[in-house]
Structure formats: structure tokens, C-alpha cells
Design a protein around this ligand. Structure first.
Ligand SMILES: C[S@@+](CC[C@H](N)C(=O)[O-])C[C@H]1O[C@@H](n2cnc3c(N)ncnc32)[C@H](O)[C@@H]1O
Length: 256
């Protein structure tokens, strides 16, 4: 797929997802946000950039701890949500930028922490994205990637399901592949931790915009995964709905 066609899919999907994504309980999960902020080692002298910041949830979580935080995203509707969230939280030390992750519009070594959450699976060229994050991170700073990380044996099924759910999906990588991206970008071996992004199927469908008719396909895929966990997301029945927990990896490396 060409880069411009993919960007159109992203813009379409995330303009529609801006409000439902921003307000989904799993996305707002404070415990997960605290884990990411603490695991990154963020402190009061840091200046951070969040790449593909969406509705600004990660930026606002860091802004409570760091000197200054910047969020960059290519979807204007997401940045509108981000500005609203910033106002709600009464945070002053934030800047928002409409822009592309590849390349980033910043000079080398501009920030001490560069993060990106739930965006690498949308990138056609994730190596180019992490190289850009490393470039704008100053030596001694941190490069932080948080993303869905399927187990290797269920990655193909997981990615096929995600592409049905969200046509702008590119590919979620297993943890070892994410670590390999760091190595190929010239970064040291990252420290890693993880958690589960918990949710329920109907809520997930409501905040996704599959092609017409594919919501039913998605229900079929989830039902088929109940025996044997073929998607690797622990899909299980809970009354009338199906619950799941996407595996999420958090990786942090010091920029040399
Ligand atoms: C699933 S949302 C994640 C938002 C946010 N990082 C979070 O975790 O709450 C993915 C975001 O990536 C943005 N995005 C995707 N590709 C991008 C690119 N090449 N450059 C900038 N933003 C991009 C989309 O506009 C969308 O807001």
C-alpha cells in the first residue's frame, strides 16, 4: 500500500475514532499510564515528545511529572480531543503539533524522552519511525515504545483480526521483533515490561470502524477463538459479552 493511501486510511479511521478511542476505559487506564511513566524513569528535568499522541492521554500523564511535554499527531480531530483533555486537567506545560512521524519535524537531540503508544502497529515502516525517535532524542535520553505485542504463534491470527477491526492496521510485532527494531535503530537492548489491555468485544466494536459488514466478521472471529485462544488475547465469555486482554509490551532504552 502507498504511504499516501495509508495516511488517508489513518486520517479517516482516527477522525472517527477520536472520541470513542479517547474515552475507552482501557485506553484511559491510570494504572497502565503510571506504569509507563514510572518505567521510563521520567523526572522534573525531562522534556518529552509523544509521537502519534492521539487524544493526548500519554502526554498529559507525562506532563504531570516532566518539565515540558509535546504531542504530535497527523489527525486534527485527535489533537482537538488532546487540547480538551489538557484543559480538563489544567496542565500548562504542553504543546501540540499537527505532523508526521516519519520524518519528525524536530532537530536532532531535541528531547530527553521520546515515546509512542499504540501507534507502531499503524506504521508501514516501523524501523524508520524508531530511527526518527532516536534521532530527536538526546544522548542519555530514553526511547519508549508501548504497543500490542502478540505472541509469535498467534501473531498472524491477531494481525488478521486487527485488520478486519481497523483497516488502517499495519502489523503488531511480537516482543522479540520490537526489541530487534531497537537494535536495528542502533539503540541498546531495551528494558521491558508489559500488561494486558482489558476490554469487552461490543465496546471494542463501538470504538472501531471496520468496513461495512465486518463487525459481524469480527464477532465470528472472536467466537471462534474462545476454544484454544487462537488470537492470544484470552478471549472468554462473561454473560452476554466476550472479554479479552490484548498483550501490551513496554520497552525503554537509553539513547547512547
Ligand atoms: C491508536 S491511536 C493511539 C493514540 C495515542 N498514542 C494513545 O496511545 O492514546 C494511533 C494514533 O496514531 C496516529 N498516527 C498514525 N500514523 C501516524 C503517522 N505516520 N504520523 C503521525 N501520527 C500517526 C493516528 O492519527 C492516531 O491518533
Amino acid at each position: 500500500m502507498s504511504k499516501s493511501l495509508h495516511s488517508e486510511l489513518i486520517l479517516d479511521q482516527f477522525t472517527r475514532q477520536a472520541v470513542p478511542f479517547a474515552t475507552a476505559p482501557g485506553i484511559q487506564d491510570e494504572t497502565a499510564l503510571r506504569l509507563v511513566v514510572e518505567f521510563s524513569g521520567a523526572g522534573p528535568d525531562d522534556t518529552m515528545l509523544d509521537v502519534a499522541c492521539g487524544p493526548g492521554i500519554v502526554v498529559c500523564a507525562f506532563a504531570k511529572v516532566v518539565k515540558h511535554a509535546t504531542g504530535l499527531d497527523l489527525t486534527p480531530a485527535m489533537l482537538d480531543r488532546a487540547r480538551t483533555l489538557q484543559q480538563e486537567k489544567g496542565l500548562a506545560n504542553i504543546a501540540w503539533q499537527l505532523g508526521e512521524a516519519m520524518p519528525l519535524p524536530h532537530p536532532d537531540a531535541s528531547f530527553s524522552i521520546v515515546t509512542s503508544r499504540f501507534a507502531f502497529h499503524h506504521f508501514l515502516d516501523p524501523l524508520a519511525a524508531i530511527k526518527e525517535m532516536a534521532r530527536v532524542c538526546r544522548p542519555g535520553g530514553k526511547v519508549v515504545v508501548v504497543d500490542s505485542a502478540p505472541a509469535p504463534d498467534t501473531a498472524d491470527a491477531f494481525n488478521a483480526m486487527e485488520l478486519v477491526r481497523d483497516p488502517s492496521h499495519a502489523r503488531a510485532m511480537p516482543l522479540e521483533e520490537l526489541k530487534d527494531l531497537y537494535r536495528r535503530a542502533g539503540l541498546p537492548e531495551p528494558r521491558t515490561t508489559g500488561y494486558r489491555l482489558e476490554g469487552e468485544l461490543e465496546g471494542l466494536i463501538k470504538r472501531s470502524f471496520p468496513n461495512p459488514g465486518d463487525d459481524e466478521t469480527l464477532r465470528r472471529i472472536f467466537r471462534a477463538s474462545l476454544d484454544g485462544d487462537t488470537l492470544g488475547i484470552g478471549a472468554r465469555r462473561d454473560g452476554d459479552t466476550i472479554r479479552y486482554g490484548y498483550p501490551v509490551a513496554v520497552l525503554v532504552a537509553d539513547r547512547r
